[in-house]
Structure formats: C-alpha cells, structure tokens
Write a protein that binds this ligand. Sequence first.
Ligand SMILES: [Zn+2]
Length: 289
Amino acid sequence: MLVTMKEILAEAEKDKSAIGCINTPNMEMLRGIIAAAEELNTPIIIDHAQVHDSLIPVEQIGPYMVEHAKKAKVPVCVHVDHGRDMSFIMRCIQAGFSSVMYDRSDLSFEENLKAVQDFVPIAHAGGLTVEAEFDVMPSGEVDTHDGTSVDQTDLSAYMTDPQQAARFAEETNVDAIACLIGTVHGFYNTEPKLDIQRVRDCRKAVKDDCRLVLHGASGVPESQVQQAVGAGISKINYYSYMSTAVPPKLVEFINSSKEEVFYHELAVKAEEIIKDLSKHTMQVFMNKN
Ligand SMILES: [Zn+2]
C-alpha cells in the first residue's frame, strides 16, 4: 500500500530500527526492492532522484513506482530524492508520489529555512511528507558547494550542529531532516567513522515528531550503521554500493552460462540479485541482530 514517510518512520524509531530508502531508476530495481520488502514483511521507501531524471523521466518511471507501491503487500512510500527544483518536484507529485525531499542545501541556512518553511504547509495540505537538508554533504572527495577537495579522514567541517537542526525542524515543521554525522555521498577512500554521539545529540535537540535521516550509507561498516540506528536514525538512503554490486554478478552469470544469454534473462537475473542485496541491507537497517 502507498503510504507517506511519517507513518512508517515514527513506528521504526520506536522500534529502534530504520527504513531503507533506495533509488529505483529502472524496473529491475523497483521490482527487486519491493519483493525484498515483501519477503521480510517490512515497509520500504523507494525514491526517484532529480539526478536520475535524465536516465528515465519521472513521467515514465513514476507511474510504475506508484502502481507497485499501491499493490505491494507492505507499506511503501514513494519519495522524491534530493528535489532541488520546484518544477521537478511538481512533476513527481503529479505522478502520485507521497513524499518529498526538498533539498535547498545550495542556499544559505536562512534562505533554505525560508524555502522549506514556505513549502511544508503546501505539501502537508496535499497529504505529503517532507524531508529537508541544510548542511552540504560532500560527494566522494568533493565539496558539492564550492568544488574544493575534501579530506575524508577529517569530516569535522561537514557535521550537523544539533542546535541548528533543532531550530530548522522547529521553524519549518518538516517531517524529517538529513543529519551529517561523518558520511559522504558515493564512495569512500578510507573507512568512514560515524559520530554516533552526534546522532544522540541531534535526537535530543530536535523536536519529537521530526525524524532523523542518514544519507551516504553505502560503504559504512554495518555495525556503525546499526549504532546510528540505535541512536535515533530512522531512515537510511542507500544506493551506490548496491547499484555497483550488480554488474560484477551479472558478468559472473554470463561467464558461467553454457549457452547464449538472452538480454531479458539478464534483466530477470538482475532483479534477483537486487532482491538478495536489498534484503540483506534491509535486515541490517532493521537492527534486529
Ligand atoms: Zn542523499
């Protein structure tokens, strides 16, 4: 069934677990991830990123995402990932999405706060939930704000201030807020070290009905992810690692096949691989071990 973020994240936090939020820019991703959630009987968030709209526009993949969510045996939230332009966000809402990340981290803190403050009442009136981000998360080794290089061994300049998070949540009434606790988007060249105490501090400072979100979980040791979940993270964005894990497994499949491989067989195999990988990831996020 199609749900918003709010109903599933509050429940997850109470349960000291987190819901995965995974990009689904094609049918194999979409079907594999929903099948995994159904097998584990857990809610899931699927999302379409603005940067993936050039791969497949939301007018094409969006209706499939919404349809699969409605028909799923588990609650599925269909979310906009890093929506920066209102025109893109409106196209997603038109496709039937139930939730939006309105990412105006390109603006100053005050301008961002104002933009999110203006958007939240409109989104809530339409029955949608909203996530925001006010810090600038590096992309790999690059500062996405000014293009300078980032030393991943010292991410202290890229951490969320709990008091700022509290003010942002209070004044915007946003449903979820992305917290920087030592992660980057994309890939790591050194083992990440999450600031778990910062999650606790953010959780304590931010109002109770606003959830905390972790972006950049790809490549973070599972034990650290689980500590962050235990400390108050209830939504985890995950994509890069899973997406890049699929091609080598397909190569293995092609190389081990005795006969010629049809292209449609590759799509079926990819879906199976994605289901297995995302099942594992969701189990880590559920934090039940
Ligand atoms: Zn992100």
